[in-house]
Structures are given as structure tokens and as C-alpha cells.
Design a binder for this molecule. Structure first.
Ligand code: GLN
Length: 219
């Protein structure tokens, strides 16, 4: 039987608002399609085997946990980059999305270094303000509509060479001003949408699984 191998990056630390539900929804969809599923939590001190996985999930977190993972994350940078460049399917939500970029200034205005694989950067809103509430976006590639909710103090700005994941219809998205939501590069998506996103938006779950299946080997 063919197997889908899932990596839940820092699943024991970064998992706000039930983000693990994305892994569960994805695994469920894979089983429905006749695949066996293996899920590894890859966390502090663990080797990230970039050639092993068909799907990597990197969830959201409180500032505290984001700070804990930052140095370990940098040790995994090379392999994460290889996975992404090799068209690996990668979904990063909120805190995970922020950490794929250059940096995140937390609620105390202290800098947390990101992986710097992508050029987006995140600063905090003044006076502890947070963006909370429902979000609706339109996928820039497919035109599909996704729903979720956001809860972030950080506001993110994309660089000119980055494409947003979606356009904001309702809610705030990356920064509340430019209508961009998340980013997409190859098969990597960063987004602020909790939900869990893949449980609330079955179409997206199916599309990501399809992309993974294209890369599955018999083993
Ligand atoms: N701590 C980050 C922020 O407040 C990320 C929050 C999250 O992942 N839910 O912006």
C-alpha cells in the first residue's frame, strides 16, 4: 500500500487554536484515497529528513513558543529550503508563516529571527492590538474562496517578489491595509487562517493532497 508521510514541525510546541486539525484533516483525506498515513512530529533536536515527507505542516504559536523554536529552526534551515525548492507541499499557519520570513517583532517588541527563506517580515501592532475574527479570502491561483479566523498581533508585509496566497474579502489578512493574505511559492503556502484551515476548507485539503500524490513513491 502506498504511504503518505506527514511531518508536523514542532507539533508539540506550535499548535494554537487546534492547528493540529490540519494534520488530522489531511491524514483523513489521504486514507479516504487509499493511502496509509505516517505522521512524525519533528521538534527540537530532531533531524528534518527533507526527502522523506509528502506534506509538512508548521502551525501557529504564542510568542513564547516561537522564541523557543527559533534557534533550533535555524539548524533545520538548509533541509527545509531543499524540501520547499523540491516542490514539497508545505503549509505554514500564523506563527509558522511568520517564522518562514525574515523576522517577527513580538508583543514586547523583541526580535525573533525567522528562517529568512522568504523575504516577508512581521512587526507588532501598537498598544498590544490584535487582529481577531473571521476571515474570508479568494485564492489568487484558483479563485476558490476559503474561510477561517485570525488571531495575530503581528502584521506581515510581503516583498515585491512574493505572491500573496489570497485576496482579503473579509477580515484583515497580512496587515489590514493592502488586502493581501499569506503568500504562496511553488507548493508552499503561508497564511494567517486558523480554522483549522484544511478542516473548514475541504477543497484546499483535496488540492494539497493531489499535489502530494504527484510526488509519492512506492515504498
Ligand atoms: N504570536 C504570533 C502573533 O501574535 C502568532 C500568533 C499565532 O500563531 N496564532 O502574531
Amino acid at each position: 500500500m502506498k504511504k503518505i508521510k506527514i511531518c508536523h514541525l514542532y507539533g508539540n510546541l506550535l499548535n494554537t487554536y487546534g492547528d493540529v486539525g490540519n494534520v488530522m484533516a489531511y491524514a483523513h483525506e489521504a486514507r479516504k484515497n487509499g493511502y496509509e498515513v505516517e505522521i512524525d512530529t519533528v521538534s527540537i533536536g530532531d533531524f528534518f529528513d527533507w526527502e522523506k515527507y509528502n506534506f509538512v505542516f508548521f502551525g501557529g504559536g504564542q510568542d513564547y513558543e516561537q522564541r523557543i523554536v527559533q534557534s533550533d529552526l535555524l539548524e533545520k534551515k538548509l533541509n527545509i529550503k531543499k524540501y520547499i525548492e523540491n516542490n514539497g507541499v508545505f503549509l505554514a499557519i500564523c506563527g509558522g508563516y511568520q517564522l518562514l520570513g525574515q523576522y517577527y517583532y513580538d508583543a514586547y517588541n523583541k526580535k525573533i529571527n525567522g528562517l529568512n527563506i522568504f523575504n516577508h517580515y512581521t512587526v507588532n501592532q501598537e498598544n498590544g492590538k490584535r487582529f481577531t475574527g473571521p476571515v474570508k479570502i479568494k485564492d489568487c491561483n484558483s479563485g476558490k474562496i476559503y474561510e477561517g479566523f485570525e488571531n495575530h498581533g503581528g502584521v506581515t508585509y510581503l516583498s515585491e517578489n512574493q505572491n500573496e496566497f489570497g485576496t482579503v474579502i473579509d477580515g484583515n489578512g497580512n496587515n489590514g491595509t493592502d488586502k493581501t493574505e499569506g503568500f504562496r511559492y511553488k507548493n508552499t503556502i503561508g497564511t494567517y487562517l486558523h480554522g483549522p484551515l484544511l478542516a473548514r476548507n475541504e477543497e484546499l485539503c483535496k488540492d494539497l493532497l493531489k499535489l502530494s500524490i504527484e510526488n509519492v513513491n512506492d515504498n
